[in-house]
Design a protein around this ligand. Structure first.
Ligand code: SF4
Length: 726
């Protein structure tokens, strides 16, 4: 049944912008088209900037909106460079909402074709508010110029499983059999309804495989918000995409830049990370060798028995697991990195699809580390099984990985037992039991439902109901701001502790990944060095999310010219080489060529700084976003919690204590842990001071009025949010 329908005129995209956004209120069955103003383009650029601006203006200002309030929104926007098919990595979009896990803004970066298709269908952003009475599909037809809110009938027989639903809707909405690649579907699955770890799957149709693949907007539970709104799916049918679709101000210049970057990728990738062949599957090996691979709930950084050697998720093994040819699968047209690999030989071992041969999109590094090594599971078939069910049930593999790793340690510590877990023996390495929890999340029954509320909620329940020590739970429960950590061990990298703790949304590596510079290269030893890096890198990475870009082509394939650059600028102390200066320069030119706004690398950073601070202020408006929220990392992110952990790196820790001037002769491990902890917590607090100063924030962690004026976002309602914290 059609609940609402609107026809609209389709206009050409102009210099990367459709110049309109689409607002849908599900409670009122309302469809509204809004103009994009010059002020929006100038100050908020697109992507996350547009999402935040739309939410800022649509959410009521007289209350703190919660994730499950009708006023909460889901916004999706690509950005002015999104949709170009001649520059690698130009098909991303950003999804934002108030997260069920954190209560603040979460932004999730995702591939698949929906973001660009939305723009080519006429809209720079989609804003969804309210809640439908029954499950609905939002359909955007960019060929006919038609938007519909359509209530689902049971008789339609649409699957509850995301991968099946995606195929069904692709088939249903394709104008003819040969046009399936014009359809992109966004959906989730049954576990998103019963947990706070829900994801959104964004599809793209791969003609050669006759299959709609998916990429995930995984972090922060946006799929849970989607289900709460009674959304079954979003479907966009796009006009044909050509090199002219994004209509750059200077097409030739933009194409030339894209050609240069693409040629470099084709030439250098085989000698570097082999993204085109194994994608992020090249990483577990490297992380294991460098003692950074989360193992058994982040207790260790490598496989204990085979430390320093290749692990069962080695590059060779991953190469054999992924199907298809090198560079066969990109999550947007024309991305020469094409790192989105899949595996088509997995025969499902458990659950409703048991015995079926399925296609698994992935597994990527975070899933291998989260649902493999971090569970003490070293068999790829179980990673494939988890990957498959998380995607099809609509679950974030990072939160599932880190969350179940926490449960396993609690089980081993005797905090949990078989009575509490409904008979599941959740020791490390028991992949079968872990997957049973995932099935329970999909069915909405058993202990899995408690687990799916996230680590922060579990900590409360385990302390209140099962008498566990709240401090120990806090120390080993790897969440911050309510979001589960992504998959890197940060104990020996103070900068990365900041890269996780001093973020807007919670511990996700897409803001800053500084372990290499900090630990391996030791190029940012002082607090000031680390603080400078913790200003520039989050701002730079934010810029990709304003523009519809993927960051992987920036630094996963490095130019030959890299070695010509110094590691650091001796005058300013700024990192140079790690920024990949040649690529930054290309991106400034690419932005100029598409939008017609002549921009330098510094201009790009300024764009991000405005949006980054705006997000910070949005979080303050939601009652968080200050120093307290950035503090109090779980201690395991900083150092060893248990004697076992201390012993695993005893030499390193003993030497650190000696360097600090302690006589450790005859000292018990517990005492050593205590001293080390005091020192490391103080270090983190000092880092916080230095980073706030570098970012232009006061010591409460609030952007100053001067900074906000400088950035040009000194709107009355912004000033009134930050004034009490000056
Ligand atoms: S680099 Fe990989 S993730 Fe990024 S756009 Fe290309 S295929 Fe997608």
């Amino acid at each position: 049944m059609i609940l609402a329908e609107k026809k609209y005129e389709i206009h050409e995209v102009q210099k990367g912008y459709a110049n309109r956004t689409l607002y849908i209120n599900l409670s009122k069955s309302e469809i509204t088209i809004k103009p994009v103003t010059d002020e929006m383009k100038k100050k908020f650029i697109g992507g996350k900037g547009f999402d935040l601006w739309l939410m800022w203006n649509s959410l009521p200002k007289d209350k703190i909106v919660k994730w499950d309030d009708l006023e909460n929104e889901i916004c999706i926007s690509s950005g002015p460079l999104g949709g170009s098919i001649f520059y690698p990595g130009s098909g991303k979009c950003i999804v934002t909402s108030i997260s069920p896990l954190t209560g603040i803004i979460v932004d999730s970066n995702v591939g698949g074709y929906f973001g660009p298709y939305l723009k080519f269908s006429g809209f720079d952003a989609l804003e969804i508010q309210g809640k439908a009475k029954r499950e609905v599909i939002i359909y955007i037809d960019g060929i006919e110029g038609l938007i519909q809110i359509k209530e689902i009938e049971d008789s339609e027989g649409l699957s509850e499983y995301s991968h099946e639903l995606t195929q069904q809707l692709t088939q249903e909405y394709a104008p003819d059999e040969n046009e399936k690649q014009r359809v992109s579907v966004v959906s989730s699955g049954p576990a998103a309804k019963n947990t706070k770890w829900g994801i959104l799957n964004f599809s793209w149709f791969v003609r050669g495989r006759n299959w709609a693949s998916v990429k995930q907007a995984g972090r922060g539970g946006i799929g849970t918000v989607f289900k709460k709104k009674n959304l079954k799916a979003l479907v966009c049918l796009s006009p044909k995409v050509t090199v002219k679709s994004n209509n750059p101000a200077n097409l030739e210049a933009a194409r030339e830049l894209g050609k240069t970057h693409s040629q470099e990728i084709i030439k250098l990738d085989p000698k570097q990370n082999e993204m085109r062949r194994v994608g992020t599957g090249h990483l577990p090996d490297i992380m294991n060798v460098t003692d950074l691979l989360p193992t058994e709930n982040f207790r260790f950084g490598m496989h204990k028995e085979i430390s320093g050697k290749e692990i069962p998720y080695s590059r060779e093994v991953m190469r054999s697991i992924y199907s298809g040819k090198e560079g066969a699968d990109g999550c947007w047209i024309g991305c020469t990195v094409s790192c989105s690999h899949y595996s088509e030989g997995h025969i499902v071992l458990t659950g409703p699809f048991k015995g079926k041969k399925v296609i698994v999109d992935g597994p990527e590094y975070e899933t291998i580390a989260g649902c493999g090594s971090n569970w003490g599971v070293w068999d790829p078939k179980w990673v494939l099984e988890t990957n498959f069910y998380c995607d099809t049930y609509g679950l974030d593999t990072i939160s599932v990985g880190t969350g179940i790793a926490f449960v396993m340690e609690c089980y081993e510590e005797g905090i949990l037992n078989k009575e509490i877990t409904d008979g599941l023996e959740l020791n490390f390495a028991n992949a079968k039991a872990a997957i049973e929890l995932i099935h329970q999340m999909a069915k909405g029954e058993g202990f899995g439902v408690i687990v799916g509320q996230g680590i922060r909620e579990m900590k409360k329940i385990f302390a209140e109901k099962y008498g566990a020590d709240p401090q120990f739970l806090h120390d080993i429960g790897m969440e911050h701001k309510g979001l589960e950590f992504s998959e890197y061990v940060t104990k020996e990298s103070l900068a990365q502790q900041g890269g996780y703790g001093l973020t807007n949304k919670g511990p996700q590596h897409d803001e800053a990944w500084l372990i290499f510079e900090d630990v391996i290269r030791n190029s940012i030893p002082s607090f000031e060095d680390k603080a400078r890096a913790l200003r520039w890198f989050p701002l730079w990475r934010t810029w990709f999310g304003l523009n519809g870009l993927c960051k992987l082509p920036w630094n996963d394939i490095q130019p030959e010219s890299q070695a010509n650059y110094p590691i650091k600028d001796t005058n300013t102390g700024e990192l140079v080489r790690a920024k990949v200066p040649d690529h930054v320069e290309w991106y400034a030119k690419y932005f100029s060529a598409v939008t017609g706004r002549q921009s330098t690398p510094d201009d790009l950073i300024n764009m991000s700084e405005r949006v980054y601070n705006f997000q910070r202020i949005f979080n303050i408006r939601l009652g968080q976003g200050l120093r307290e929220g950035d503090s109090n990392l779980p201690y395991r992110a900083m150092g060893p919690v248990t004697a076992l952990e201390y012993e695993s790196r005893a030499n390193r820790y003993d030497n650190q204590l000696k360097d600090l001037g302690f006589n450790i002769e005859g000292m018990f491990i517990e005492e050593k842990i205590k001293i080390l902890r005091k020192h490391r917590e103080e270090q983190y607090s000092k880092l916080q001071d230095a980073v706030y100063k570098e970012r232009g924030w006061n010591q409460k962690g609030c952007p100053t009025i001067e900074l906000v004026k400088e950035l040009g976002i000194d709107y009355d309602d912004v000033i009134s949010v930050i004034s009490p914290h000056q």
